[in-house]
Design a protein around this ligand. Structure first.
Ligand code: ATP
Ligand code: MG
Length: 373
């Protein structure tokens, strides 16, 4: 029997719930030539949301084409320009023969060899193995606008984990070029999404940087209990099992409505249940949830220094004044410089987050695991 709960793949179709407002907002902005920077912690559902919203947009407005670029796997400047050109050409062409023709037409002078394949998947992939020269870079960045103009279409370029590009040595130069070229485009809009909040805010919210106010920042909220509880209950029901709304609510609360963990936890409960969920199943499934994730947590904290771990313990214990004399002494937090630096590191590595002015452990299952240590 297929599980009604899924994690590790994008949520689509039946498995995609809620986000009505988020979808509407994304579609509205991107179709009105307003760029978006969508931010949320890891695994809350950014990629699923963008994919779903863009599918709807394409279904509603025939002139739109959407291209997806994953910056996470890009390791050099040349790779970025290749991925960008390939993505744009593939989404605008639709067919292999067409893509080859377009690639030659628009980029022929830059390309030594073009390979285009549609492989076994239905996703067209164009691989333009070239090394762009200075002038070409601007030309490539303007490719979507040029194609959109020629073909009478509009293009949305979605760049996942955009903040990863900052790690490339050439990023400052790329950033300047992107801004210069992209800000003039009228037929192309950009959706940047990423999970490193401080980096995304730094890129799009710092008045000293080229991308300042280039995109509308959206902090994606969580899906609420009101949507999760019926989803959980119906998932059980549709497979001949039963969970009470009270247990479903406990699932939501345990993982603080974190999308990925919620699906994972619900899956464990569902697979341990023959007909009716009970307290024992809930307990055993929670243990399984924590145990499965613990190797990752261990490897994460092993990368921290002793004073960073000390700070994490203090935050776990709910200490409100990290720099008070007593806390510093009890937890061995180090001198004020160390404290300030560690706070920054823990935030950058997404261990902690600030919520209404105080620091909390960001990952709900990490929190449960860490409490027991
Ligand atoms: N709208 C949704 N409805 C139901 N489940 C969802 C939804 N969005 C996300 N999920 C669940 O959360 C998981 C993570 O979603 P997704 O990969 O879209 O998140 P992400 O924010 O892009 O993650 P990452 O930070 O790893 O890129 C999915 O595999 C799915 O189980
Ligand atoms: Mg993602």
């Amino acid at each position: 029997m297929d599980s009604p709960f899924q994690f590790g793949t994008l949520a689509t179709d039946k498995n995609f719930i809620d986000r009505v407002e988020d979808r509407k907002q994304l579609k509205q902005m991107l179709s009105s030539n307003i760029n978006v920077a969508l931010i949320s912690p890891r695994r809350w559902g950014k990629s699923s949301l963008v994919k779903k919203a863009m599918e709807e947009l394409v279904a509603e407005r025939k002139e739109f084409r959407v291209c997806y670029i994953d910056a996470f796997s890009i390791n050099s400047e040349a790779e970025f320009y290749n991925a960008f050109a390939s993505g744009v050409i593939s989404c605008a062409a639709g067919k292999v023969e067409k893509a080859i023709k377009d690639a030659k037409n628009y980029l022929g002078h830059l390309l030594a060899n073009v390979t285009v394949s549609d492989g076994l998947s239905d996703i067209l992939s164009v691989n333009l193995g070239f090394k762009p020269q200075e002038m070409d870079k601007m030309e490539i960045l303007n490719l979507p606008e040029k194609i959109a103009h020629d073909k009478g279409i509009r293009i949305v370029v979605c760049i996942d984990e955009f903040q990863q590009l900052v790690n490339l040595p050439e990023y400052p130069d790329m950033e300047g070029k992107m801004r210069t070229v992209w800000q003039k485009q009228k037929l192309t809009s950009y959706c940047f999404y990423g999970s490193k909040k401080h980096m995304m805010v730094d890129i799009f919210g710092d008045s000293q940087k080229p991308f300042y106010r280039f995109a509308n920042l959206i902090f994606m909220p969580k899906i609420g209990k009101g949507d999760w509880i019926p989803f959980i209950c119906e998932g059980f029901q549709s497979t001949g099992k039963h969970i009470s709304p009270a247990f479903a609510e406990i699932i939501c609360e345990t993982v603080e409505c974190h999308s990925w963990y919620l699906q994972q936890f619900a899956f464990y409960v569902w697979s341990a249940t023959e007909r009716e969920v009970n307290e024992d199943i809930m307990q055993a499934s929670l243990k399984r949830l924590i145990d499965t994730n613990s190797p990752m947590f261990i490897s994460d904290i092993e990368k921290l220094t002793p004073s960073q771990r000390a700070m994490l313990r203090a935050i776990r214990d709910g200490v409100s004044q990290l720099s008070s004399e007593e806390t510093v002494k009890n937890y061995h937090l180090g001198n004020p410089n160390t404290i300030a630096r560690n706070k920054k590191v823990l935030q950058e590595k997404s261990f902690i987050d600030s919520e209404e002015g105080h620091l909390v452990i960001a990952d709900p299952v990490f929190k449960l695991w860490y409490q027991g240590r």
